[in-house]
Write a protein that binds this ligand. Structure first.
Ligand code: MCA
Ligand code: AMP
Length: 482
């Protein structure tokens, strides 16, 4: 139980003049963050937004963006993080599905402005300024069961679903992980992850803030910026495998030594290969701590802070998480699990199982194997309709739906092809209509989705391989798309 204020932000209220955020050479103390986010909460109140209303945050990593985010959480306004690289249909879906009453953007987002009439739109800077001019206090009294975030994630259908996280699920999931990793107010955490996914937003940003640690927020990942952060005294870096790949390709001896001084490098959101882990260890002396999670459940498995970090494995359940392996599929039961998919009882019915003891399990869709001592290895996903590209989860169906609209295309299947840098890359296998032609460039121009979803490869075939029921056999295509 807590006193009604957002427990995730307690440390923000209590840390005074210590640095909370360093962005682009600007430093904001906890007291300043506290003060400015209280202003945003008041500005939201002034605009008529209250507990349970949704605000879409279409933000790159910026100081004002973080202030707005915390302001929403204080006001009890449900944060709906949105990738600012989204295009028309992707944006329209999230805005409509979440029922957002307000959109907060940090740069004029062309696709957003092209959408036509919709929710009120305000710049992050303008909202912070409104807050500075508002005197009233407007924090909401919050309880564990109150909704805090809707985080959209791709499913096997074309449309993303909102993972409804509560104050309680976020607090419990984040606290367990930060304790496991020993994060304290002596830490300085490099955050080069986007703030529109669980990893960058909940684990890295709110995790650091909740422990009173300082965040070095990078507007964009680059090996140089990470090395620079390490040189300036950072202690923790949280990454995805694509970042590790790029670091390994870019590090000179001095950079490797700077990274070697970090106390902890974690990696997740997609599989880190044993080779990458060993190469990073050989170059920097640091054994990466790999962990596993989902937007739906937060981080549920982790290698240990002390003791063996096993290459090619994601470790053991985080305290507060129980696991089961059912027909090779990982099921998790965790205090950090979302309440439900937003307005999708059909999807809840598929994803959640309540056992005879009344314990609720989430079916992850990931195929795993256990070592003799219970250490979990992720083998892959049960469905071929979900890809992970650079740590971003993509629905092949969403991409196929767009490609099907191209006049040259008779039928299409999108598959993931192994890629050393991105984990997987998007490959479109297309059968053309009689006499039609199609180039990769034409296909890319046709797909109006975030950059990361655009096909990087086009394979033309006479017809797609189908089983007796007429279903496209993606595993056959994946093995040899040509
Ligand atoms: C080139 N590009 C490609 C490819 N080749 N994109 C995709 N696939 C390829 N094969 C170019 C595009 O043209 C585009 O260019 C850009 O790369 C893609 O945009 P972006 O992803 O922003 O790329 P980046 O700036 O190069 O950054 C790479 C990145 C980033 C740092 C690895 O993708 C990233 O931050 N990924 C993390 C995602 C994440 O946080 N996932 C967590 C989900 P242009 O620059 O022109 O746009 S939460 C989760 O999974 C759970 C909870 C968990 O366990 O954490
Ligand atoms: P998302 O919906 O973006 O949160 O993605 C969650 C998915 O990312 C999981 O279901 C896994 O398939 C994958 N994932 C996360 N961490 C790891 C990891 N360390 N190794 C392999 N896959 C991972």
């Amino acid at each position: 139980m807590h006193d009604g204020s957002n427990p995730l932000l307690r440390a923000v209220h209590a840390r005074g003049s210590r640095p909370a955020l360093v962005v682009d050479g600007l430093t904001l103390s906890f007291a300043e963050l506290d003060d400015r986010s209280a202003g945003v909460a008041a500005a939201l109140a002034h605009r008529g937004l209250g507990k349970g209303d949704r605000a879409a945050l279409v933000l790159r990593s910026s100081l004002d963006g973080v202030v707005c985010l915390l302001g929403c959480l204080r006001r009890g306004v449900v944060v709906v993080p949105v990738n600012p690289g989204y295009q028309g249909a992707e944006l329209a879906h999230v805005l409509a599905d979440s029922g957002a009453a307000l959109v907060i953007e940090d740069e004029a987002c062309a696709a957003l402005h092209a959408l036509g009439p919709g929710p009120a739109l305000v710049g992050a800077r303008a909202l912070v300024d409104e807050g500075a001019a508002t005197a009233d206090a407007a924090d909401a009294a919050l309880h564990d069961d109150d909704l805090a975030m809707l985080i959209y994630t791709s499913g096997t259908t074309g449309r993303s679903k909102g993972c409804a996280h509560t104050v309680g699920s976020l607090t419990a999931g984040i606290a367990a992980l930060m304790a496991l990793w020993g994060v304290t107010d002596a830490d300085v955490v490099i955050n080069a992850l986007p703030l529109f996914h669980v990893h960058g937003l909940c684990v890295c940003l709110l995790g650091a803030l909740s422990r009173g640690a300082c965040t070095r927020l990078l507007p964009r990942f680059s090996p140089e910026a990470v090395v620079d952060g390490a040189r300036r005294g950072a202690t923790v870096f949280m990454s995805v495998p694509t970042m590790i790949h790029r670091l390994l390709g870019a590090l000179d001896d001095e950079g490797a030594a700077a990274l070697g001084a970090l106390r902890l490098v974690t990696c997740g959101s997609a599989a880190l290969s044993a080779e990458q882990l060993r190469a990073f260890e050989a170059r920097t002396g640091i054994t990466i701590l790999e962990r596993y999670g989902m937007s739906e459940t937060l981080i549920t498995l982790s290698n240990p802070l002390e003791g063996e970090r096993r290459a090619g494995a994601v470790g053991w359940p985080v305290p507060g998480t129980a696991i089961r392996v059912v027909d090779d599929e990982l099921w998790v039961s965790s205090a950090g699990a979302m309440k439900a998919y937003w307005n999708r009882p059909d999807a809840d019915a598929e994803a959640f199982v309540t056992d005879a003891e009344g314990q609720r399990w989430f079916r992850t869709g990931d195929v795993v194997a256990l070592d003799d001592d219970g250490c979990v290895r992720v083998i892959g996903r049960a469905s071929q309709d979900i890809l992970k590209v650079g740590g971003h989860k993509l629905s092949t169906r969403e991409i196929e739906e767009q490609i099907e609209g191209h006049p040259a295309v008779r039928e299409v299947a999108v598959v993931g092809v192994a890629d050393a840098e991105w984990g997987e890359r998007v490959c479109a296998v297309v059968a053309l209509r009689e006499g039609a032609t199609l180039t990769l460039a034409e296909l890319q121009a046709h797909v109006k989705l975030a950059e990361v979803k655009r096909p990087r490869e086009l394979v033309l075939v006479d017809a797609l391989p189908r089983n007796a029921l007429g279903k496209v056999m993606k595993s056959a295509l994946k093995a040899r798309p040509g």
